[in-house]
Design a protein around this ligand. Structure first.
Ligand SMILES: Nc1ncnc2c1ncn2[C@@H]1O[C@H](COP(=O)(O)OP(=O)(O)OP(=O)(O)O)[C@@H](O)[C@H]1O
Ligand SMILES: Nc1nc2c(ncn2[C@@H]2O[C@H](COP(=O)(O)O)[C@@H](O)[C@H]2O)c(=O)[nH]1
Length: 396
């Protein structure tokens, strides 16, 4: 491993220690702003305090902080890029030690716009690689639910369904928490405004949305997440940090779509008319540049299902060829940030606190990170580096 000749990255980290040693703060300079990240011990409750100094106006801003925060022990921090700051917690397991403070990711930009306030968001680094979620869209009645049900039946341990929230009334046989989370509009709107949703849309006169939890709970089970959402929702997910595969299901003809919708018998005539009107608009958008990766015609159900399976098995982006990374990070770790290159951040164990057998120097691979839903950064790979002297020579 040679890091000689790599350009020095452009960042500055000014660790400041204020007051007691329990009140450590890091100042990270990003353009005209300085982010001060630190533990505060207000009211005997320890938490992560974040303040932003706007150097142009010389004013302090206290941002709205979204997401579950790190355990608030001692930490070190470094700017990864203009979107994220890496924060490494000490004295917790490696699994719980890697965090990202999102300062200008698409999710943060979106939340800033919705709230009209300065926003930052915590995202936990998750070791290991998850397969990309699959977003399935298409007009009402085309057969999305039927195809997804077949997939879940054939591969119950491989796929998990993202259970959406909706304000529409349950149909006969629909179970709350299984088919949808049936929600009141005001509660759902409040949860959306608090940043709990990956996407939401007004569809056929009701509010529908995918909570971050709906996607992450499936991924946390080690399953590939399937989302059944409309085209507006697909567009929002495309713009989010979640990397997914996007499939649009088309009917063989408009007449056949109408026939299926009527035969299902779950909507009133007025609702059918509304869904058919919206179907035309959705079909028009199926060719939007860069939106869908695959178009799937659902004519014969069995043939369509076989094609869907082919599409999914083609995605082998996430097969790990490199087995040389730490997957099991349960032991207590005490690492601080040592240095950074374009593609890696180096962590050094703190003398005297390293657990027996643990590596003295670790490399966090920045190139393997994949966007999880907001709140998680997946694809974290951490290599241990045994030959400290040789490696330090290369990175200093
Ligand atoms: N290839 C097919 N040929 C004939 N009928 C089909 C086919 N695929 C699905 N159907 C039927 O069409 C109806 C609508 O299917 P489904 O409920 O899966 O649609 P959907 O796209 O999930 O609709 P929505 O978006 O409204 O939830 C169902 O009665 C289903 O059994
Ligand atoms: N944007 C979102 N669209 C969703 C979500 N869950 C479902 N849907 C879409 O709504 C229509 C109608 O569904 P129905 O169950 O009332 O027939 C359909 O196109 C779904 O794909 C969601 O979370 N977000």
């Amino acid at each position: 491993m040679s890091r000689k000749g790599e350009e020095a990255p452009e960042f500055r980290v000014d660790p400041i220690t204020l007051g007691s040693k329990d009140c450590q703060q890091n100042a990270i300079v990003v353009g005209d702003k300085t982010y001060v990240i630190g533990r505060t011990d207000d009211d005997s409750k320890s938490s992560f305090g974040i303040k932003i100094l706007d150097k142009l106006t010389q004013t302090w801003i206290v941002p709205t902080v979204l997401g579950a925060q790190p355990p608030s022990k001692s930490h070190s921090a470094i700017l990864i890029n203009e979107e994220k700051i890496l924060v490494v917690e000490k004295g917790v397991s490696l699994n719980d030690s890697i965090w990202f403070l999102e300062i200008d990711t698409p999710f943060v930009k979106q939340q800033r716009k919705i709230k009209g306030l300065e926003v930052v968001s915590w995202s936990k680094g998750v070791l290991g690689v998850a397969q990309k979620p699959v977003v399935i869209s298409g007009p009402s009645g085309v057969g999305k639910g039927t195809l997804i049900a077949k997939l879940m039946k054939e591969y119950p341990s491989k796929f998990g369904f993202s259970v959406s929230h909706t304000t529409r009334s349950p149909r006969v046989k629909e179970i709350d928490g299984v088919h949808y989370h049936f929600a009141g509009r005001s509660k759902m709107e409040q949860d959306i405004s608090e940043g709990e949703f990956l996407e939401f849309a007004h569809v056929h006169g009701n509010l529908y949305g995918t909570s971050i939890e709906a996607v992450e709970s499936v991924t946390d089970e080690g399953k590939r997440c399937i989302l059944d959402i409309d085209v507006q929702g697909a567009r929002s997910v495309r713009a989010s940090s979640l990397e997914a595969i996007f499939i649009f299901v088309c009917p063989p003809s408009f007449e056949e779509l109408e026939k299926r919708l009527r035969a299902r018998g779950t909507e009133t005539e007025e609702q059918i008319q509304k869904r058919l009107r919206n179907a035309r608009a959705e079909l028009d958008q199926s060719n939007s540049p860069g939106l869908f990766d695959h178009l799937l015609v659902n004519d014969n159900l069995e043939a369509c299902y076989e094609n869907l399976k082919k599409m999914l098995s083609l995605d082998d982006d996430h097969k790990d060829s490199d087995g040389c990374f730490i997957e099991d990070g349960k032991a207590t770790a005490c690492y601080s940030i040592l240095s950074k290159t374009e593609s890696e951040v180096f962590l050094q164990s703190e003398t005297g606190e390293v657990v027996k057998g643990a590596a003295s120097l670790l490399a966090v691979d920045l190139s393997s990170l994949t966007g999880g839903a907001p709140g998680r950064t997946r694809g974290l790979k951490i290599h241990s580096i045994n030959s400290i002297d040789n490696d330090l020579k290369g990175i200093r």
